[in-house]
Each structure stands twice: as structure tokens, then as C-alpha cells.
Write a protein of this length. Structure first.
Length: 579
């Protein structure tokens, strides 16, 4: 009935027929223009305007427009380098295909609404031509100039938009540093954002982006959850890196001059949490696990070059508060390195594995708290040179003035302000070993302490609060040493219970200097008792019993035995240095 009435009016009403005809012709013309004329016009206009804007050749292979479904596809978009540059044949930026599907809801919302945006194989090539000059420096300088006010569709200062299904497939970023002769590649870039909107009804909706890539061939993954437009802005990002080769990027690290990175791989499984209430300061917390493997640097600052390396450093990060801080202000101290002597392959210090199960950084209180720091199979080889100095001293001589001033400039941020307080819940040396050799003595075997196990609790680096110490060691496969007690050093105070049995003294006699005219060829000492010290001036109290066994002194001048005994015991020892 309704259709019949409409047809009757259409036949009898000339004005209605004309209006419908105009509407049909408009829709048809819109479709024809969109299909046949608009793509070519948009292609030419885009190439001309962008070429003039970026001062570089811009080309587009084709543009496809579906006017009825509001779909736009741009293929073969390319921005070349400046024609007068040495890389004029190179591409600055390109996209194989860009697909945008706008929604008719854009009309009702009076704001851009897209149901899908797909970018295929985008590529950016950044070139560093000088210390402060890049191939895009001119564009950055132009973009930094003040722009005229642009009207935005917004509510309460917030730009309104809604986008679903944002996808970037197989992207690539290339960084060519001609100044430092370095080349970095980030390939297989994939990004996905299922949904993001600033509309009022979507403010509490979680945005869950994902990102993956390969940095110089090493996998990199980033996942997160965000609420960027609500009154309480929140973000949680999970950062996963695997087998990142640090030698590719060591040119941009704060390593001092004269030190080069020979090897190093970085892995991480970190979580960064960001929260900020309206009108309040933001909170940034980092937690998770990170490890540094096969790390080795060459140090040529000293007169005697040496290497520093360790096999693995594992760190568990527990709520590191980065609020208001730059990454340069939060640093981890790399301990237990491996220092290689220039003339020997034997390491001075080696550390196969160091682990830290917790790190808490509080920038407001300038406090760093570490949990359990464990050094597995730590080994040290110490040599007393013929001049009486330890070999370690030669590797820590003052830097040349020029290099020292460079290090001071680089560490100015860290040194500014009040010093940070550092505390450690527990330090553990497990299955450590110590090798000591005295070159001032001829034909004297070195002292070998293996294994060495040490546990220190409640470490406060200012030394005011006493720490708890427990040590167990085997000396030259025969002697044993056990010590328990407490130690503070500001001021000095200690209280130790010592149980030492058959400790070989032969390799230690060089410390007596000219006081010992004879040569000790054999000699072991034992002691069981307590040693305490405190007060100012320092009061020392010693009590216990001691034994000296298998002693043999050799007269250097006559080349004969001077004195020997099998066992000599002293009991009931009590010593106080006051009065």
C-alpha cells in the first residue's frame, strides 16, 4: 500500500522526480569521480605538494579509492633523498601499501573514526652525516618553527578520534652513522593495536598494543596495556630482549675513552609500569629480570692494557622507581670483573656468574637496596711484584688528565647532589678461590685458598651499622679457616670468633720485609679464640690459644738449617692493648 502510494506520487509529482533524479545522478557521479578521476588527481596532488614540502622527490605508484565503502589504498609510496646529496639514488622513506577504511560513524561523531588501518613494509633510512647533522636535519628544523593555530575536534582539550585494527607489517628501520662508521638495522617490525579511542565512552577501555622486531638480527618483543586518556593514566609495558649484541651499539654507550667493548650480549624480561593522576606527578616503576652474558672490554687507559670480562651477570629488578629520573641517573654497579694481565693468560679476577635477586631504587630518598648478591666460583689471582707492590695496583693508576676530564664530564649528573645510600641484604661468595704468589721470594710455592665461602649479612656501605660475617676456607688443601662475627668501619669495630688450623705461612713471610733475615721453608699456624676491637682510641682484645707446627728456618748466608721444631703450643692467651 505504501509502495503504491509512493509510486503514484512519483508519477504525478514532477518536483519529486527531479529531486530523486538529481540524487541518483549525484551518487553515480560521486562513484565515477571516486573510481576514475579522484585517484589520479590525488596521486598528482600528493606528489607535487609533498615534494615541495619535504624538498625531496615523492612518488606514488597508485591510489585506489572505493567511495561507497570509504576505503583508500595507496601503493608504492616513496620519498627519495635530496637530489644534490651523495645518496640521491637512495630512499629516505617508503611504504609498499597503506590501507585505510574509514567508518560512516565519522559523520555522526564529527570526528575521524577508522575501522582499519594497515601499513605494509614501511621503511625509514636515517643517515648521520656529521656529529650534529642528519639527512633529515632540515625537516626537523622546519618542523620546529611555530605553526599557526589549527582548529581541532576536541572535548575539554582532548582530540577526538577512534581507530580499530591498526597493523604495521614487516617494517624496517636502517641507521647509517657515517660519523662513527656504524650501521644498525631493525627488521621484521610488526605492530598491532586492536583498538584505541579518545571518546568519552571509551576512556576506561584498555588499549593492548603489541610490538615485535629484530634488532641487528636479535629478537625484540614489547607488549602492554594502556589507558592514556582517562583521568588516571596507566600503562604497563613488557619488554623482552634476547641475545642483543652490544658490540653493534657500543659507540653510543657511556664507556670512557680508551675502553672498547670486545663482546657482550644482553637479555631482558622487564616490566615498566606508569601511573599518573590528573594534577599529580607521575610514577614509573621498573621490575623484572635482566642478564649480561659473555661481557668483555679492553682497557687501554692504563700503561699496561688489560681486559675486563665475565661470563654472566643476572639481575632481578624489584620495583625500581624511576619517577622523575633519567635512565642515566639509575645505574647498576658491575662487580667481580675479570681483569686479564697483558703478559699472561691467567686472569687476575674472574667471575663466571653474578646474580642479584632484588634491586629497589628510591630516587626521592636517594637510596639503593639490593637483595641477595651471589658470586658463584669467583676467582682471584694476586701477585706481589719484586718491588713489593701488588699487581692490582698497576691496573688502577691515575688516568691521564685528558681522559680523566672526559670521565668527569660524563659522570657529572651522577655526582651532582647528595650521595646515594646503598645497602645489601646479603653478599655470598660460593666456591670462590684465591691464588697468591710473592715474587720477592724465590722457590716459594704460592698460597691457594680453595674453596672459599663467605656470607655477609646486613651490609650498609656507610659502615656505621655492624654487618654479620661468616667465612669458611681451605688453605693449600691442608689448612682450614672458619670465622664468624660482626664488623663496622665508621668507626672501626669488630668482634670475631676464629678457628684456624694448620695455615701455611711460607708464602706470607715476604710481608715481614727486612725483619726476617732467615727463610721460612716450612711453617703452619693454628689459632682458636676471639678478637675484638672498638672505641677511640682503638682498644684491641685477644684471647684464646695458638699453635705453631712443622717450622723450619733456613739460614741464607750459610745455606744450612737454622731452626726447626715439630710443634709449639701456647695456651691461655690474653692480650689487651690498654694500658
Amino acid at each position: 500500500m505504501i509502495q503504491t502510494e509512493f509510486l503514484r506520487r512519483l508519477v504525478t509529482n514532477k518536483r519529486l522526480r527531479i529531486s530523486i533524479g538529481v540524487l541518483v545522478i549525484t551518487v553515480v557521479l560521486f562513484g565515477l569521480l571516486g573510481y576514475f578521476w579522484l585517484p589520479g588527481y590525488a596521486k598528482n596532488k600528493l606528489e607535487t605538494v609533498l615534494s615541495e614540502t619535504v624538498h625531496r622527490p615523492v612518488s606514488v605508484q597508485s591510489i585506489d579509492i572505493q567511495p561507497y565503502t570509504l576505503e583508500v589504498t595507496v601503493r608504492g609510496f616513496r620519498v627519495g633523498e635530496k637530489t644534490e646529496s651523495a645518496d640521491s639514488d637512495k630512499v629516505l622513506f617508503s611504504v609498499d601499501e597503506l590501507y585505510v577504511n574509514l567508518s560512516a560513524a565519522s559523520i555522526t561523531h564529527l570526528a575521524p573514526v577508522a575501522s582499519s588501518i594497515i601499513v605494509k613494509a614501511p621503511m625509514l633510512r636515517l643517515v648521520r652525516e656529521g656529529e650534529n647533522r642528519f639527512n633529515v636535519t632540515d625537516l626537523i628544523e622546519e618542523s620546529s618553527e611555530p605553526l599557526e593555530d589549527v582548529k581541532e575536534t576536541s572535548v575539554l582539550g582532548r582530540t577526538m578520534f577512534s581507530v580499530s585494527n591498526v597493523v604495521i607489517e614487516d617494517g624496517r628501520f636502517e641507521f647509517v652513522d657515517q660519523f662513527k662508521k656504524s650501521h644498525q638495522k631493525v627488521s621484521e617490525i610488526n605492530l598491532g593495536i586492536p583498538f584505541i579511542s579518545s571518546f568519552e565512552s571509551h576512556l576506561t577501555t584498555l588499549i593492548e598494543p603489541y610490538f615485535s622486531a629484530k634488532v641487528n638480527g636479535a629478537p625484540f618483543a614489547l607488549n602492554g596495556k594502556l589507558r592514556p586518556f582517562s583521568g588516571k593514566r596507566e600503562a604497563t609495558l613488557e619488554l623482552k630482549l634476547n641475545n642483543i649484541d652490544l658490540t653493534h651499539i657500543d659507540e653510543y654507550s657511556p664507556i670512557p675513552l680508551g675502553i672498547s667493548l670486545l663482546s657482550g650480549y644482553f637479555d631482558s624480561d622487564l616490566q615498566l609500569t606508569f601511573t599518573q593522576e590528573t594534577g599529580e606527578s607521575s610514577s614509573i616503576v621498573l621490575s623484572g629480570h635482566a642478564s649480561l652474558r659473555k661481557f668483555e672490554i679492553e682497557n687501554r687507559i692504563m700503561e699496561a692494557p688489560y681486559n675486563v670480562k665475565f661470563d654472566q651477570l643476572d639481575v632481578m629488578l624489584n620495583e625500581i622507581d624511576l619517577s622523575g629520573q633519567t635512565p642515566a641517573q639509575v645505574a647498576l654497579v658491575l662487580a667481580g670483573a675479570m681483569l686479564m694481565q697483558p703478559d699472561k693468560t691467567e686472569p687476575i679476577l674472574s667471575l663466571p656468574k653474578l646474580s642479584v635477586n632484588k634491586i629497589v631504587v628510591d630516587p626521592t630518598q636517594k637510596n639503593v637496596a639490593l637483595g641477595v648478591v651471589k658470586l658463584d666460583q669467583f676467582k682471584a689471582s694476586i701477585r706481589r711484584e719484586t718491588d713489593g707492590q701488588l699487581n692490582l695496583i698497576h691496573h688502577f693508576t691515575p688516568l691521564p688528565d685528558e681522559q680523566a676530564s672526559t670521565l668527569e664530564r660524563r659522570s657529572a649528573v651522577a655526582k651532582a647532589g647528595e650521595p646515594w645510600a646503598v645497602s645489601i641484604d646479603k653478599l655470598k661468595l660460593a666456591d670462590a678461590a684465591l691464588h697468591f704468589e710473592d715474587l720477592t721470594l724465590t722457590k716459594v710455592a704460592p698460597m691457594v685458598v680453595d674453596p672459599l665461602n663467605l656470607t655477609i649479612d646486613n651490609i650498609d656501605l656507610d659502615g656505621a651499622d655492624p654487618l654479620k660475617l661468616a667465612l669458611q676456607a681451605t688453605v693449600n688443601q691442608r689448612g682450614n679457616l672458619e670465622t664468624n662475627g660482626s664488623l663496622a668501619w665508621a668507626p672501626l669495630a669488630f668482634d670475631f670468633v676464629i678457628d684456624a688450623k694448620d695455615i701455611d705461612l711460607v708464602s706470607l713471610q715476604g710481608w715481614a720485609g727486612d725483619q726476617l733475615k732467615a727463610l721460612l721453608t716450612r711453617g703452619e699456624v693454628s689459632f682458636q679464640g676471639k678478637v675484638m676491637a672498638d672505641g677511640e682510641p682503638l682498644k684491641l682484645v685477644l684471647s684464646g690459644k695458638s699453635g705453631f707446627s712443622n717450622f723450619n728456618f733456613f739460614d741464607k748466608a750459610s745455606a744450612t738449617d737454622l731452626l726447626r721444631w715439630r710443634r709449639f703450643n701456647v695456651g691461655g692467651i690474653k692480650f689487651v692493648n690498654e694500658p
